[in-house]
Design a protein around this ligand. Structure first.
Ligand code: UD1
Ligand code: CA
Length: 455
């Protein structure tokens, strides 16, 4: 067994993705509500990398922001001229000068490489100086071809430079390569650009390594893992593949879904065992659902945490910063944003809670609205435990409702309610005897006189 050395990543993400026909750099297009770049970084994260270097180019500023959002220790290198994958790696290597260990080269537009595959490559480094991830292509198209002699990888030939015999090879290059950092640096330094594209091909390092008596090997993976994204059609296909994989994983983790094909996960969605998910549920980024919670149909969730035993929906929208404690019930047509609901809170129907803190076992009546925005600033609503908020209460923030208090239905609450008090903030009702009948009779007389006049 080889003693495992530290690992670093170089993620190539400088390409524009011309065929996306987009102002957005290719690696920032989304699959599973996350930029493609995050998928690649997440795959690499499984190796516990000591350092992560992202090569940005087209849209470097936005790519940098996205890289740091995923990993604030990532180093972003700007490749100003896109002279090829070999050049991109050469630009990244100075960020690894004081690093010793193995380097994995990943592509920012190749989101589906599995952690197990990268681990298999690391294990293969015990036998080879350079390890390349390959796959049997159904349609090898323009992929680079892996030329083997027995078990040894002799070289990689790009499609444009390949002979007919080489083009007939179906074992293709995924682009993922692993080697020791100093070996990689030496090999990359000798790569030239005398080829059909006039580019510095990273793939040339294999032939150079062999000529120097180093060994090179191939680890194979399923073609689906190496799926790269070049067009909007491929992006949509990648989304479908991602969702299929996420649904299968959810089932494996003990999650029930009545109509899995209508449930959409994000890259970072976490759903616990024995949770139940109804049809047409959409997870945006940053959602955690604990064991045994139930999400009924047609809910849209993002940036929220749903605790054990909570029930949500149908038709609920939970927005970023929503924290539901155990046994909270959120019913239909409820929107919640940046709010904490303590254990056992019930918000059954037609309600908006924003910037609110709600104490345990409080009941929020139908049609309640926290009026959190004054047109310029947002304000907080604090509701104590065991409060009863009557239906159609407008809570004009900033406002506090004390523990065990009540608000009368239809109230506009603009001043704090002391604990235990009943707040009534509405016009007093008056009944006018017989007025409804007299009013209707008068209206009918008026209408009849109008009709005579038009004949
Ligand atoms: C590359 C491989 C090919 C392999 C294929 C798999 C080379 C020479 N060829 O070809 O063997 O089968 O990937 O998809 O490596 N990039 C940069 N800077 C550059 C050039 C590329 O960051 O200067 C990035 C791109 O954004 C992309 C990745 O590197 O994410 C691959 O580049 P691309 O031009 O798509 O390479 P291919 O021609 O597809
Ligand atoms: Ca490509």
């Amino acid at each position: 067994m080889r003693v495992s050395l530290p690992v670093s990543l170089i993620v190539l993400a400088a390409g524009q993705g011309t065929r996306m026909n987009s102002d957005l750099p290719k690696v920032l297009h989304h699959v599973g509500a996350a930029p493609l770049l995050h998928h690649a970084l997440r795959a690499g994260q499984a190796l516990g990398p000591e350092r992560v270097v992202v090569v940005a180019g087209h849209g470097a500023e936005a790519v940098t922001k996205a890289a740091l959002a995923f990993d604030d220790t990532a180093i972003v290198v700007e490749q100003r001229e896109r002279l090829g994958t070999g050049h991109a790696v050469a630009e990244a290597l100075p960020a690894l000068t004081d690093f010793t260990g193995d380097v994995f080269i990943l592509y920012g537009d190749t989101p589906f490489i599995r952690a197990e595959t990268l681990e298999a490559m690391l294990a293969a480094r015990a036998r080879h100086d350079v390890v390349v991830l390959g796959f049997q292509a159904v349609d090898p198209g323009r992929y680079g071809r892996l030329i083997l002699a027995g078990d040894m990888l002799e070289r990689i030939v790009e499609y444009k430079d390949a002979s007919d015999a080489e083009r007939a090879v179906t074992l293709c290059n995924s682009g993922v390569i692993c080697a020791d950092v100093s070996t990689l640096a030496e090999l990359v330094a000798t790569v030239g650009n005398n080829n059909a594209s006039g580019e510095y091909y990273l793939t040339d390092i294999v032939g150079i390594a062999r000529a120097r008596g180093l060994s090179a090997g191939v680890v194979q993976c399923d073609e689906a893992e190496t799926l790269g994204i070049n067009t909007r059609v491929e992006l949509a296909a990648a989304e479908a593949a991602f969702q299929a994989r996420a649904r299968a994983e959810a089932f494996d983790n003990g999650v029930s879904m009545t109509a899995p094909e209508t449930v959409f996960f994000a890259l970072d969605t976490f759903v616990g065992r024995d949770a139940m998910i109804g049809p047409n549920v959409i997870f945006g980024p940053g959602v955690t659902v604990e064991s045994g919670a139930e999400i009924k149909g047609f809910c849209h969730l993002e940036g929220c945490h749903i605790s054990r035993g909570a029930t949500v929906g149908p038709f609920a929208r939970l927005r970023p910063g929503t924290e539901l404690s155990e046994d909270v019930h959120v019913g239909n047509f409820v929107e919640i944003k940046n709010s904490t609901l303590a254990e056992g809170v019930k918000v059954g129907h037609l309600t908006y809670l924003g910037d609110a803190d709600v104490g345990e076992f409080t009941n929020i009546g139908a049609g309640t609205v926290t009026c959190n925005y004054d047109g310029v600033m947002k304000h907080k609503t604090t509701i104590g435990p065991r409060v009863f908020i009557g239906s159609d209460t407008m809570l004009v923030a900033p406002v506090t409702v004390g523990a065990d208090a009540m608000t009368a239905s239809g109230s506009v609450i603009s001043t704090d309610v002391p604990p235990g008090a009943l707040a009534i903030g509405r016009a007093r009702q008056e009944n006018k005897q017989g007025l409804a009948i007299r009013l209707m009779e008068r209206l009918r007389v008026i209408k009849a006189s109008h009709q005579k006049g038009t004949k």
